[in-house]
Write a protein that binds this ligand. Structure first.
Ligand SMILES: Cc1cc2nc3c(=O)[nH]c(=O)nc-3n(C[C@H](O)[C@H](O)[C@H](O)COP(=O)(O)OP(=O)(O)OC[C@H]3O[C@@H](n4cnc5c(N)ncnc54)[C@H](O)[C@@H]3O)c2cc1C
Length: 391
């Protein structure tokens, strides 16, 4: 067996252990108190998971996207917020690693990240652009001393107060068009975060994602050279939709398993007589199967398209539609499974203090539709459908 296969397997085993033994026992508390899941994130750092996707040559684990995705699913079974923090961080790491283009500053940064297990948060959303990642108002602005600076009104920065670094979308320069964007990586000692509200939400409460006015001063080499339009289509959007969907699948899987445990316990009480909830559970299983199928198919499609020639395929309209469809389908299907699990269990699922509680899972899964509003994706898809040759 090769070392690489060992590393992949080891990470997955650790993710499962952390999900079950570290994240799950405090998941209700994290949710209730809307607090950062610090013990699970520390445990992930302790096994080197923050740099799992960094190439081995830069000190990372070099593990595949498939394994990272599987870890998102496993972590989400224990705690949705932990899994979403892990997923969002990996999206930033993978995005940087895929667009290094031989840039010394970013290579050095990934070495530091691997050594120090640094955590990256994302600042793409901006007040005034809604969920449109392809437009920015804040700009990388030259200073007299040769450095750059920006000020960005960010409505939602998950774990912003706990992150070591931020990856931020900006206009390339103060006179650039809203769509002429770049990505800039800034370290916490280069940034000030002025709180703009609190994070008291229906679900995903442990992601601790309030708004901030983000201000930063940084060196020009901290701007990723590849234009953001390319980074967005080849990496950030498809990877976001793939890893988020694995988190939502993990949440739905856990809700289903709780409902299954309830139905089995009911069956044991009256042997020989199938419990009435078994029929409902069967229909939930069909919904979960659809979700699982789409999530796994989309991951396979991305991996198939992601070679030197194929990366161009990720720039096509068909590719944009494909990974938007994943997000739309998974974000509708995951709450459906959680809601079905709730119906199968009944009041013991609705209560927050039973082994069959699925209220938290349902609330967490409902965030999926808003994590870039589905209505906005539908509007984008509607325009593309009229001109795309294939979908
Ligand atoms: C749990 C969670 C964590 C998040 N973490 C982060 C993070 O770390 N970093 C980050 O940058 N972002 C993050 N986001 C995303 C961010 O909060 C939102 O995507 C962003 O703020 C846009 O908010 P919105 O949905 O109100 O925007 P809009 O897209 O403006 O939507 C508002 C409403 O208007 C409708 N609408 C607006 N414009 C259109 C249009 N053109 N076509 C059709 N309908 C439209 C939408 O349907 C929606 O109902 C997170 C979101 C969630 C749920």
């Amino acid at each position: 067996m090769s070392v690489a296969v060992d590393a992949e397997r080891e990470l997955l085993v650790e993710a499962r252990r952390i999900a079950e033994q570290v994240a799950a026992p405090v998941a209700d508390q994290v949710d209730r108190e809307s607090r950062f899941p610090v013990e699970a994130v520390d445990a992930l750092r302790a096994v080197g998971a923050m740099s799992a996707a960094v190439p081995e040559a830069l000190g990372g684990g070099g593990v595949s996207l498939e394994t990272i995705a599987r870890c998102c699913l496993e972590l989400a079974r224990g705690c949705s917020s932990t899994a979403m923090v892990f997923a969002m961080h990996q999206i930033q790491v993978l995005t940087i690693a895929r667009h290094l283009d031989g840039t010394g500053w970013y290579e050095g940064y990934l070495r530091d990240l691997s050594r120090e297990q640094r955590l990256i948060a994302s600042v793409t959303s901006e007040v005034g652009t809604g969920g449109d990642m392809a437009r920015s108002i804040a700009a990388a602005t030259p200073r007299e001393d040769g450095e750059l600076e920006f000020e960005k009104q960010a409505p939602t920065v998950s774990y912003g107060a706990y992150a070591d670094d931020l990856l931020t979308t900006l206009r390339r320069a103060p006179d650039a068009e809203p769509g002429d964007q770049v990505l800039a990586l800034t370290r916490s000692d280069q940034v000030t975060l002025e709180p703009a509200g609190v994070w008291d939400t229906l679900g995903m409460r442990g992601t601790c994602s309030p708004g901030f006015v983000v201000r930063a001063r940084f060196a020009p080499e901290q701007v990723l050279p590849t234009p953001f339009a390319e980074v967005m289509n080849q990496s950030m959007v498809p990877l976001s939709h793939i890893l988020w969907s694995h988190v939502w699948l993990g949440i739905a899987t856990e809700a289903f398993e709780r409902a299954r445990a309830f139905v089995r316990a009911s069956a044991r009480q009256k042997p020989g007589e199938p419990p009435p909830a078994a029929r409902r559970l069967s229909s939930v299983m069909a919904d979960l199967t659809l979700l699982r199928g789409e999530v796994s198919q989309a991951l396979g499609d991305f991996v198939a398209a992601d070679d030197d020639v194929g990366r161009e395929r990720l720039m096509t309209m068909a590719s944009v539609l494909r990974f938007n469809n994943l997000k739309l389908a998974a974000s509708e299907q995951a709450p459906l499974v959680c809601g079905g699990a709730l119906e199968a269990v009944g009041i013991l699922g609705y209560k927050n203090d039973t082994p069959y509680s699925v209220g938290r899972h349902l609330r967490d899964a409902l965030s999926a539709r808003l994590m870039v509003a589905n209505e906005r994706l539908l509007a984008t898809d509607a325009a593309l459908l009229l001109i795309a040759k294939e979908a």
